[in-house]
Ligand binder design. Structure first.
Ligand code: GLN
Length: 251
């Protein structure tokens, strides 16, 4: 029997800037090439979280889209934390990442409530932080990887002192342009500012998340069989080269 990974895609109609939906296509392709199936359940405002989810996904969105779903997402904090405690993995990008924290104050001074799942707050600054980013990530001790992407955010995200960032900024701004941190990691949950979409050029991160999701389904995270990632590595190298030249300028 084919093992099926269940993905709960929150607010697919509102949070899908810069083709962030492409991350789901990467999960699907990398799962199917290993003989697993991926079921994606889109969940909008007012609908209940997909039960028995192995992976929860939220893309990015501008302030306007975020304001549409923020009150709904804020009510889901306990539900999402319960899914994480039950072993689900999570990926949230930019607008989704911000609203998984305690809240986001936008450029106009509007306070949006957050889900309070991640230990962080976000406040918009005057200038947007736009450009290519590279970070160094160590999700498993001693196993460091370069992760690349594109950031475009006005929000400055401040992690609580005991929070764990996703990685250290090598080129670009990251969470706030000053701390040297990018993203946040809480167990199997990852929040990040990196678009691209993120996963096509970071297959290692895609497989880490997929393996965590499969871990919930199977009882243990499997070692995924390697794929031919020549193109993906080339895409990573191109993005890394751009980050060296174009990362970290205010626009
Ligand atoms: N509206 C948020 C900001 O500008 C998030 C933008 C995004 O998702 N790209 O900070």
């Amino acid at each position: 029997m084919t093992v099926r990974v269940r993905v709960c895609h929150l607010y697919p109609d509102q949070l899908n800037i810069y083709a962030d939906r492409g991350n789901i296509a990467v999960f699907r392709s990398r799962a199917e090439r290993r003989g697993y199936a991926l079921d994606v359940i889109g969940v909008g405002a007012g609908e209940s979280l997909a039960p028995d989810s192995d992976l929860i996904y939220l893309g990015g969105g501008q302030d306007r889209e975020q304001a549409l779903i923020a009150p709904d997402l804020a009510r889901r904090g306990d539900e999402i934390s319960a899914a994480l405690a039950d072993g689900a993995a999570l990926l949230a990008v930019c607008g989704g990442y911000q609203l998984l924290g305690r809240g986001y104050r936008d450029r106009a001074g509007v306070e949006m409530p957050g889900a309070g799942v991640l230990p962080l707050d976000t406040i918009a600054g005057d200038r947007r932080m736009i450009g290519d980013v590279s970070i160094e990530c160590e999700l498993e001790p001693g196993d460091t990887h370069s992760v690349v992407g594109f950031e475009n955010h006005g929000g400055r995200t401040h992690l609580d002192p005991d929070a764990v960032p996703l990685g250290r900024v090598v080129h670009g701004f990251g969470n706030d342009g000053g701390s040297g941190f990018e993203g946040c990691r809480l167990g199997r949950a990852i929040g990040t500012y990196l678009h691209g979409p993120l996963l096509p050029r970071n297959p290692w991160l895609a497989d880490w998340l997929l393996s965590q999701a499969l871990g919930r389904r199977l009882g243990e995270a499997p070692d995924l069989e390697p794929l031919d990632d020549e193109l993906e590595h080339e895409a990573h190298a191109v993005a890394l080269g751009r980050a060296r030249v174009r990362g970290g300028k205010f626009r």
